[in-house]
Design a protein around this ligand. Structure first.
Ligand code: AMP
Length: 210
């Protein structure tokens, strides 16, 4: 199964992708995580991506398409995958078509902007393994440390108020038009992304099994 999870930053794409990928036994691929890892290890691509990420802009298509292409060529992707954060615009969607990737379904996780702003402001991430948390909705049982690896919880550099507003604008201008694109292809399923994480997973699984 090849799936795309679409939605604004903070809509819960990553959280749902991490849960659903285990249920479907396929990897969840987050281009945001791939880019952050590259930035952390200081690779050429990571250094080039840094200024875009920190300004809340999209990293140039050719760079992110190459990263995605390399990732889906790995053996663990042979039975499918969930794409979280890719494609982010029409030209990335067209790149998937050119690679011969046939997407089974696009799950659009819908969350109003005011809730997105509140969520992103309270979001925390493990500085070591990248696991996601939220100060009120998904706190770590280990306080300021990651439940999984004990790493320190940090605020992402692009989760500051100004960058959050810029990222939401980029989402509405460039990514949201993909809804029409995949709706026209008969592949779009819409799920409300507000409420309990487990309930949202049930709705996602229901549309995938329909
Ligand atoms: P995310 O973790 O998905 O919110 O992504 C964090 C940042 O990484 C974004 O704000 C972009 O700067 C960059 N990024 C992630 N995925 C893409 C993509 N598909 N195309 C361009 N930039 C991306």
């Amino acid at each position: 199964m090849k799936l795309i999870f679409l939605g604004a930053p903070g809509a819960g794409k990553g959280t749902q992708a991490e849960i659903v990928c285990k249920l479907l036994s396929v990897p969840a691929i987050s281009t945001g995580s791939i880019i952050r890892d590259a930035m952390k290890s200081g690779t050429e691509a990571g250094l080039a991506a840094k200024e875009y990420v920190e300004a809340g802009n999209l990293v140039p298509d050719e760079m992110v398409i190459k990263m995605l292409q390399d990732r889906i060529a790995l053996p663990d992707c042979k039975n499918g995958y969930i794409l979280d954060g890719f494609p982010r615009n029409l030209s990335q969607a067209q790149a998937l078509d050119r690679m011969g990737v046939i997407i089974d379904m696009v799950v659009d996780i819908e969350v109003p902007d005011d809730i997105i702003l509140e969520r992103l402001a309270g979001r925390r991430m493990c500085g070591k393994c990248g696991a996601g948390y939220h100060i009120t909705h998904k706190p770590s049982a280990k306080g300021e440390k990651c439940e999984l690896c004990g790493g320190p919880l940090i605020t992402r550099e692009d989760d500051t108020p100004q960058v959050i507003r810029d990222r939401l604008k980029v989402y509405h201008d460039q990514t949201e038009p993909l809804k029409d694109h995949y709706h026209a292809a008969g592949k779009l399923a819409v799920v409300a992304g507000t409420g309990d994480i487990g309930d949202i997973t049930k709705m996602v699984m229901a549309v995938l099994e329909a």
